[in-house]
Design a protein around this ligand. Structure first.
Ligand code: ME8
Length: 533
């Protein structure tokens, strides 16, 4: 990733289609962005986090018609439900853009006019195989595969021509290839980079950027017969949200400096649009490119592709049940550590969820915190002891060790490697457990002469836990805050800086330390078969 020129960071999710209800996929992408955005603010960066809904196009028009309502009303309803679910999951987006927002529509037209002025757009004629029922074109190869019949109505495809505006994608072949070569982290993970580059090198065709077969969309400037193709309309959201088409506007004065984006986080199925078409559009407009397109893989569920008919679909009802059983932080933790951020798909399974919850949250973080705080309760009257520095460290230079872990954890998070970042923080907790087992303060406490050693050990345990809690805050904000509060710490992420909070020695001797039970132990995995959906 190229280092940004200022302290600003900008992260985006795809904007979601309003023709399906929110499900694990949408909430996953938005949650991993939320983890990163929370971390980034805590690390002291001025951070903008954008999500929203993609509301134009034929499918929305048809879905609205089927319900006998206007497309706008239909879009309003589903967009509101996305927003509600995301707010309910405490996702801290700074704006929720809708492609039906007036400011978006106006700016898209301005950008398209600029593309026309730059001669990046032309009116051309397309000829192909047309499915009259579905109003969809197929290429020769696709039509051949379908034996020249509609896959839906089974009626014969017809030869048809359509006049469309085209974007001259082919003109950007060399510039794109050169850009990829110079920026090996432009697309991540690297498997996706190689995939796009391979396809890019195979050659680029111009792409249609308008349609005439429906009207629910943004009109092509000066041509009311054409509607701007929904993908072009949607991609612009990343810069219309910042007011980039209107540099003199209030919006731009507040937000324009967030561009270029630090991360566009997307699913792998929409990589081509983001890694090739979008950069070419930006090049045509002379706008800098985003630093990184991060394309994650997919969730499958209980070992199979998610499907409503299979009964393994992770929709909001199922997620609510996980949340009720394990808590919101556990759900965030599972998504961040076991999710498909890499190049392979991940399995969302009740047994795996339970195992992760039990091993990492109950047995590691929760157990260690309750152990340390309980010992301080028992052997130090609930008051943080003093570390006189007089006894052996049990093989650990705690200040150096925690500094190294904090640095590694923060670097990994900055690079969007959520699971490594979390693992570096958990390593601190594991080390505390090992330290307790090695030094056995619970045995030493029986000997009044060893009081100073016990105090020193317990101070180091509590202080290390405080640092781990700060590093885990972006992932499990509620439980980390509870842990910090049990250690008498009043932390306001964003105002307080992660970098300075993770320095050793800030826990003040004399602070009251409370007993804490963070994650209840649950006996069996959640029963996913009895889901109502
Ligand atoms: O494609 N696992 O919107 P969309 C993980 N409007 N993530 C998943 C997933 C799964 N099984 N299923 C979906 C669109 N996602 C366009 C985007 S952007 C300018 C326009 C997530 O509603 C993932 O982020 O189909 C994927 O890219 C996105 O939802 C697709 O959402």
């Amino acid at each position: 990733m190229d280092a940004p020129m200022n302290n600003h960071r900008y992260i985006t999710t795809p904007i979601y289609y309003v023709n399906a209800d929110p499900h694990i996929g949408h909430l996953y992408t938005t949650t991993v962005c939320d983890v990163w955005a929370r971390f980034s603010r805590f690390a002291g960066h001025d951070t903008f986090f954008l999500t929203g809904t993609d509301e134009h196009g034929l499918k929305v028009e048809q879905s609205a018609q089927a319900r006998g309502i206007e497309p706008q009303q239909f879009a309003d309803e589903i967009s509101a439900s996305f927003r509600k679910v995301m707010t309910g999951m405490q996702l801290t987006f700074d704006d929720f853009i809708r492609t039906t927002d007036e400011a978006h529509e106006r700016q898209v037209q301005l950008f398209v006019e600029r593309l026309q002025a730059a001669d990046a757009v032309y009116l051309g004629e397309f000829e192909g195989w047309y499915d009259e029922g579905q109003e969809e074109y197929y290429t020769e190869t696709q039509a051949k595969d379908l034996e020249y019949h509609s896959p839906i109505s089974k009626k014969p495809l017809v030869r048809a021509r359509e006049k469309n505006y085209y974007f001259r994608l082919s003109a950007f072949q060399e510039r794109l290839e050169a850009y990829f070569k110079k920026h090996p982290n432009f697309v991540r993970p690297s498997a996706r980079y190689n995939e796009v580059l391979g396809r890019l090198r195979a050659g680029l065709n111009d792409v249609p950027m308008s349609r005439t077969n429906f009207s629910w969309g943004i009109q092509m400037p000066n041509d009311p017969d054409h509607v701007i193709y929904v993908w072009i309309d949607a991609l612009f959201n990343y810069i219309t949200a910042l007011g980039l088409a209107e540099p003199e506007s209030d919006l731009a004065s507040k937000r324009a400096s967030y561009w270029p984006a630090t991360y566009h986080v997307i699913g792998k199925e929409i990589l081509w649009f983001h890694a090739v078409i979008w950069p070419a559009i930006l090049m045509a407009l002379d706008i800098p490119l985003p630093a990184c397109i991060y394309a994650h893989s997919f969730w499958i569920s209980e070992g199979q592709k998610m499907s409503k008919s299979m009964g393994n679909f992770i929709d909001c009802d199922v997620l609510d049940r996980y949340r009720e059983t394990y808590g919101l932080d556990a759900l965030r933790y599972f998504m961040a550590t076991q999710g498909p951020l890499g190049a392979t798909d991940s399995n969302f399974a009740a047994s795996k969820f339970h195992e992760t919850y039990t091993s990492d949250l109950v047995n590691t973080v929760g157990n260690c915190a309750s152990r340390v705080n309980a010992m301080i309760g028992k052997y130090c009257e609930g008051v943080c002891p003093t570390d006189s520095g007089q006894c052996a460290n049990g093989g650990v230079e705690w200040d150096e060790f925690t500094a190294k872990q904090a640095e590694a954890s923060m670097t990994a998070m900055e690079q969007f490697d959520l699971s490594s970042s979390i693992e570096e923080a958990l390593a601190i907790v594991r080390k505390v457990d090992a330290f307790i087992n090695d030094t056995e303060p619970f045995k030493l406490a029986k000997d009044p002469e060893a009081k100073e050693t016990v105090d020193n050990i317990l101070y180091r345990c509590a202080e290390a836990l405080r640092i781990a809690a700060c590093l885990l805050w972006a992932v499990i904000p509620e439980k980390s805050a509870a842990l910090l509060s049990s250690l008498g710490q009043n932390v306001t992420p964003g105002q307080d800086r992660l970098g300075s909070l993770t320095q050793w020695g800030q826990l003040q001797p004399g602070t009251n330390i409370q007993k804490i039970a963070l994650f209840p132990r649950l006996e069996a995995p959640m029963d996913v078969t009895s889901t109502s959906s």
